[in-house]
Design a protein around this ligand. Structure first.
Ligand code: IFM
Length: 469
C-alpha cells in the first residue's frame, strides 16, 4: 500500500542549543544551568559537557548545506537563552541574536522552514541563583525574553514554540535531580511545573504581541502514553496518578484553563498549591496554533508490588523520584524490542496520544515535534553508517502517524530527533540519536542510511519501504 502524507506536511529534523552549539564562552554567552550541572562531577556520564558539543556554533553553514543537500524542508532549533540575554533579564546581546538571525536567513535561503523553540532547558544560571523555576519571577523573565526574541526574529520565522518538555524541566530538574539544576525537592518540582506553565501562558501573550498575525505559536510537550500493567483497580489508579503528573498537570491548564482536581488531591500531603495565584490558570490557557508532541515510547505502571523495585521509568538513575505524590508507583519494561536508551519500540503509544489530543484539543493542529531513537551506530570499514534499526523505528512510527491522520488526527508536521548525534544530557555523548553520524574527535558529519531514507520521504511525501529485520 502506498502511504502518502497530505500536501504541505512539514518534514524536518530537530536539535537543541546546548546539545549541539558548543562555544559556551563566546560572544557574551554566560553559563546556563546545564553548564554548571555538566561540570559538576558525577552528574553526566563520563564527565561529558556541552562545551564543544558538535561545534554547530562554528559549523552552522555546513550543517545547513548538509540539510539542504538531503532535501529536508524544515528545521526545529532552540535559542540559547544565556546567549541572547546573559543575565536572564534586561537588554539582549546583539551578537547572540545575530547568530540566530544569520542561521535563520541561511535556512530560508536554502528553502528550509525555520521553527524556533525559545526554551530547551538552558536557563541562565543567574536566574537559577535567583530561585530558578520554583520562583514565580522566572515566568515573567521568560515572557520578557520571549518578547525580545520575537521582536528581533519575528519578521522571518513563523513557527514559534515556547517550551520544550516542561515535564523534564520540572520533574527531572527539581524532583529526581538527573537533569540540571539537579535539585531533589518534590515541592520545588511542583512549583516549577506551575511556573513553567505560567511562563508558557505569559510567553505566548508576549509572542502574540510582537509577532505578525501569520505566526503560529505552540508548546512541545512529552505526553506519556501511560498503561496499567494489569486490569486491577490498583494499577488503574497508578495509571491515573502518573497520567495526572505527566500529562494533565500541563494539558489541564494549557488546554482547559484548570489543573485537575485529582492532582491536587494526590499531592495534598506535600503542598496546598497556594503558589497558584487567582487568574494564573486562565493566563496559561492561551489559544494554541499547534500542540507539539514529543514521543519515544509508552510507559507501563503498576501499584508498587512488594520486593525489588522494578522502577524503569527511563529517565536515568536517581534515589529520588520524579513523581511527587506517586513515589510508590512501579514502572515496568514492556516486552519486546528496545532502543539503546532501553526504551521500547512501540508506536501504538503515539497513535493513542494523537487521537487523545485530537479529542482533547479540538481545532488545534498537532505537530510531532520530536520522534526518533538512539542506536549504537558505528561507521563500517568504508566509512558509511548503516542504521536499519532506526529506519525500521521511523517507518513504524510514521506509518502510525498516517493511520492516525486517517482516523481524524490533524497532524501538520513531523520533526525527527535528531538531525545529528549530539550531547544526550546526563548520558553525555554515549547515546546517538542522529540521522547524521558525528565523529566527536574530528567533528566530521556522515549522513547515516536513515538520513537518506528520511530525505526521500521529505522529497516525495511517500513513506519508503524499510529494510527487513
Ligand atoms: O535529546 C532529548 C531532547 O533534548 C528532548 N527530548 C528527548 C530527546 C531524547 O532523549
Amino acid at each position: 500500500m502506498t502511504e502518502s502524507f497530505p500536501p504541505g506536511f512539514l518534514w524536518g529534523t530537530a536539535t537543541a542549543a546546548y546539545q549541539i552549539e558548543g562555544a559556551v564562552r563566546e560572544d557574551g554567552r554566560t553559563p546556563s544551568i546545564w553548564d554548571t550541572f555538566a561540570r559538576t562531577p558525577g552528574k553526566v556520564l563520563g564527565g561529558d559537557t556541552g562545551e564543544i558539543a558538535v561545534d554547530h556554533y562554528h559549523r552552522w553553514r555546513d550543517d545547513i548545506r548538509m540539510m539542504a543537500d538531503l532535501g529536508l524542508t524544515a528545521y526545529r532549533f532552540s535559542v540559547s537563552w544565556p546567549r541572547v540575554q546573559p543575565t536572564g533579564r534586561g537588554p539582549v546581546v546583539q551578537r547572540g541574536l545575530d547568530f540566530y538571525r544569520a542561521l535563520t536567513d541561511e535556512l530560508l535561503a536554502h528553502g528550509i522552514r525555520p521553527s524556533l523553540t525559545l526554551y530547551h532547558w538552558d536557563l541562565p544560571q543567574e536566574l537559577e541563583d535567583a530561585g530558578g523555576w520554583p520562583a514565580r519571577d522566572t515566568a515573567y523573565r521568560f515572557a520578557e525574553y520571549a518578547g525580545q526574541v520575537a521582536g528581533a526574529l519575528g519578521d522571518r520565522i513563523d513557527l514559534w514554540t515556547t517550551l520544550n518538555e516542561p515535564w523534564c524541566s520540572a520533574f527531572l530538574g527539581y524532583g529526581s535531580g538527573v537533569h540540571a539544576p539537579g535539585r531533589t525537592d518534590p515541592v520545588a518540582a511542583l512549583r516549577a511545573a506551575h511556573h513553567l506553565n505560567l511562563a508558557h501562558g505569559l510567553g505566548t501573550q508576549a509572542l502574540r504581541a510582537a509577532l505578525p498575525a501569520r505566526a503560529q505559536t505552540g508548546i512541545a510537550l512529552n505526553p506519556s502514553a501511560v498503561r496499567p500493567l494489569t486490569l486491577s483497580p490498583q494499577d488503574a489508579d497508578a495509571q491515573r496518578r502518573i497520567d495526572a503528573l505527566a500529562n494533565r498537570a500541563f494539558t489541564g491548564p494549557i488546554l482547559k484553563g484548570a489543573y485537575p482536581q485529582d492532582l491536587f488531591a494526590d499531592t495534598a500531603r506535600l503542598t496546598d498549591w497556594s503558589f497558584v495565584d487567582a487568574g494564573d490558570e486562565s493566563t496559561i490557557h492561551q489559544r494554541l496554533d499547534f500542540l507539539g508532541i514529543n514521543y519515544y515510547a509508552p510507559t507501563v505502571v503498576s501499584a508498587a508490588p512488594p520486593g525489588p523495585d522494578p522502577r524503569r521509568d527511563g529517565h536515568g538513575a536517581s534515589a529520588h523520584s520524579p513523581w511527587p505524590g506517586a513515589e510508590d508507583v512501579a514502572f515496568h519494561q514492556p516486552p519486546g524490542e528496545l532502543t539503546a536508551m532501553e526504551w521500547s519500540v512501540d508506536p501504538t503509544g503515539l497513535y493513542d496520544l494523537l487521537l487523545r489530543y485530537t479529542r482533547e484539543a479540538p481545532g488545534v493542529a498537532l505537530m510531532i515535534t520530536e520522534n526518533g531513537a538512539a542506536y549504537d551506530d558505528k561507521p563500517g570499514t568504508d566509512g558509511t553508517v548503516h542504521d536499519p534499526d532506526r529506519i525500521r523505528y521511523l517507518h513504524a512510527h510514521l506509518a502510525t502517524v498516517r493511520r492516525a491522520i486517517d482516523a481524524g488526527a490533524d497532524v501538520s508536521g513531523y520533526f525527527l530527533w535528531s538531525l545529528m548525534d549530539n550531547f544526550e544530557w546526563s548520558y553525555g555523548y554515549s547515546k546517538r540519536f542522529g540521522a547524521v553520524y558525528v565523529d566527536y574527535e574530528t567533528q566530521q558529519r556522515t549522513p547515516k542510511s536513515s538520513a537518506e531514507w528520511y530525505a526521500r520521504l521529505a522529497r516525495t511525501g511517500v513513506l519508503p519501504e524499510a529494510p527487513a529485520a
